[in-house]
Design a protein around this ligand. Structure first.
Ligand code: SPV
Ligand code: MG
Length: 556
């Protein structure tokens, strides 16, 4: 993974070598460990063979394959902006394996690899018994192969000297270190299992900074960082304390759960929020807002289902026992059908404003808001009953409209503040016996032509039932979309109008209480707001008469 500056991880590590007195590195076996290491201010991550083996619950003895180690190193590397030094044991074979290994690790963005001069298969350095050193010439060959295989100048190859571990003494260690640096190693890792720092101090003093020195003080914690700096140690690796801490914490938590259950664990374990933060969940949600344009999970819908149209005699008998929203169309209510359509485009936060026979409105998962004044106050009032829900991006729909997935999908893709869905085919459809909400637009639909240019914007000039068919370009179908800004403007304008037009004519309404949704849209236009039109010619139908109902039952 490249860091933001465009600098590679290898370049970043080189810079640390050039600029820092003592580079502080911690071992990890997964992305989470790497994240915590970065969060705690360390300089780099050690992809530890010991930790990776432990996390698989197998011995640190070349049981795992190179690709298993590489996979872990890649996960670690992807999770952090810190450079990663990979512990590659003995290089997983001879110099041929080392060449392949370097190619793969460097291509994965690992900053440096470290190979040790033991025979394959190695055993962890702190285990007594077999600690066999490879002949110097063989390991020199591996270092040369590794340096020859690397592609970038910055990539580092670290030679780990195990002579002290194997009991071959300081002289052998110094001789080997010298040979490896001559072969091209960029740094020496001198390892010791002594309980005091003496043998390391002695080695480092005799080494005279001929190449950078790296130590792993697991067994000699008494060596302070100040002393390391004074000696000229370049890198300290705290190789395995992370996983050892995790083992203890998990074990004691599991013991507590075994005895007492999970009550009382809060405060002793990480919160879910902390885990989400480490996962990058919150960042993902931010990115989603910016880039996932199809995401409609933050969109809510408000369906206006309070009213009862007393003027429509053909439906009287049907609506005696249930509101229009619950009218059954082939086994599913009108409302259920629209809720399913909204859910199919990702809108699941759905509010329904109920009024007439509100107790009959039942659909799983919806939130019902009741407008008790539905008989005397009209649609605008109904919508404002749901004022609390009018936040963020909102779809507002009349209940008597049945619309399809494509229409809802197109509407959600609009990024304007206020969008009304309009249809120009009203002139050609059979005269309906109700007064339509007609729309005069800035641009008239070109007769006989259809445009593919969906980006072309058209704006509302006038809306209302009083517009003559001749003047009208479209019919408003009863479905609209508001951005967060658009819905705020709508609410603010509505509240102001409620003050000003309490018992005064408000556009086509006798007063504000009997105003329709379209009256407020007209008010917005007159106050200079831009109302966009989304033109459709199919994908919806209304159910306002018995005839409509019969048609819906046929086509759905
Ligand atoms: C590792 O972390 O895997 C190491 C260091 O190689 S040690 O376990 O001390 O050998
Ligand atoms: Mg190791």
């Amino acid at each position: 993974m490249e860091v933001k500056t465009g600098e590679t991880k290898a370049e970043k590590l080189r810079k640390l070598f050039a600029e820092k007195d003592l580079i502080r590195v911690v071992g990890a076996h997964d992305g989470l460990g790497a994240k915590l290491i970065e969060r705690n201010g360390f300089d780099a991550v050690w992809a530890s063979g010991f930790e990776i083996a432990t996390s698989h619950a197998v011995p640190d003895a070349n049981i795992l394959t190179m690709t298993q180690h590489l996979d872990a190193a890649e996960v670690i590397n992807d999770a952090t902006s810190l450079p990663v030094i990979a512990d590659c044991d003995t290089g997983y074979g001879n110099s041929n394996n080392v060449i392949h290994m370097v190619k793969r690790y460097e291509a994965a963005g690992i900053a440096a690899v470290c190979i040790e001069d033991k025979k394959f298969p190695k055993v962890n350095s702190f285990i007594d018994g077999r600690q066999e050193l490879a002949p110097v010439h063989e390991f020199v060959g591996k270092i040369m192969a590794a340096k020859n295989a690397q592609q970038s100048r910055s990539f580092m190859v670290i030679a780990r000297v195990e002579a002290l571990i194997a009991g071959w003494g300081e002289e052998e260690a110094l001789k080997r270190a010298e040979a490896y640096v001559t072969a091209g190693a960029d740094a020496i890792l001198i390892h010791s299992k002594a309980k005091t720092p003496d043998e390391i101090i002695s080695f480092v003093e005799k080494w005279h900074r001929r190449a950078p020195v790296i130590i792993i003080p697991t067994k000699y914690p008494a060596l302070t960082e100040d002393k390391m700096k004074q000696l000229g140690v370049k890198v300290v690796i705290y190789a395995n304390q992370g996983i050892r801490a995790a083992i203890k914490a998990m074990d004691s938590t599991l013991a507590q759960i075994h005895k007492h259950g999970i009550a009382g664990l809060d405060g002793k374990i990480a919160t879910m929020e902390e885990v989400f933060e480490l996962q990058g969940m919150y960042r993902m949600k931010e990115d989603e807002k910016k880039f996932l344009h199809t995401a409609s999970h933050d969109v809510r819908a408000v369906i206006l289902a309070a009213g009862y149209n007393k003027n429509e005699s053909s439906l009287v008998s049907l609506l005696r026992d249930a509101p229009l929203a619950m009218l059954d169309i082939n086994g599913k209510s009108l409302l259920e059908r629209n809720v399913a359509t909204l859910r199919s485009v990702g809108v699941s936060d759905i509010y329904v404003v109920a009024g007439y026979q509100e107790d009959k409105i039942r659909v799983d998962g919806i939130k019902k808001i009741v407008n008790r004044d539905y008989a005397s106050k009209h649609i605008l009032h109904s919508l404002m009953t749901a004022e609390e829900a009018l936040k963020g991006k909102v779809i507002v729909s009349y209940v008597d409209i049945l619309f399809d997935h494509n229409l809802a999908d197109r509407l959600l893709k609009c990024d304007d503040d206020i969008v009304l869905v309009v249809d120009s085919s009203f002139k050609k459809t059979k005269m309906r016996n109700k007064k339509l909400d007609l729309v005069a637009a800035e641009t008239h639909p070109a007769d006989g032509f259809r445009s593919l240019d969906t980006k072309k914007k058209n704006h509302l000039k006038r809306v209302g039932k009083g517009i003559s068919e001749k003047e009208a370009d479209f019919e408003y179908i009863g479905v609209s979309l508001f951005s967060a800004k658009g819905i705020k403007l709508f609410k603010d304008t509505c509240r102001a109008a409620m003050e000003q037009y309490r018992s005064k004519r408000f556009h086509e309404a006798a007063d504000i209480e009997r105003a329709s949704f379209t009256d407020l849209i007209q008010e917005l236009v007159e106050q200079g707001a831009k109302i966009n039109l989304l033109e459709v010619t199919s994908g919806w139908m209304e159910i306002q008469t018995f005839e409509d109902y019969k048609r819906a039952s046929k086509v759905v």
